[in-house]
Design a protein around this ligand. Structure first.
Ligand SMILES: [Zn+2]
Length: 73
């Protein structure tokens, strides 16, 4: 019984992690600041969606620290 609950909890945790990851890379949420209350702009080089503020700043300054998360390999 306990082991069954443990297994179910593990499955739910995995699902939550996958959904969180999907949300982070989706158009619903800025990949840099997690903002979700505005339209996002796709950054073709980093293959991720960003809010207008961060998109503008990213072009003028430097890549986001988590850029490597979006590398294809
Ligand atoms: Zn943002």
């Amino acid at each position: 019984m306990d082991s069954e609950i443990t297994k179910q909890l593990r499955d739910i945790n995995r699902q939550v992690n996958e959904l969180s990851r999907s949300l982070q890379v989706s158009i619903c949420e800025c990949a840099a600041c997690a903002r979700s209350d505005t339209d996002m702009i796709f950054h073709p080089r980093w293959k991720a969606w960003y809010c207008p503020d961060y998109y503008d700043a990213s072009i003028k300054y430097k890549p986001p620290p988590h850029e490597s998360e979006f590398d294809d390999n």
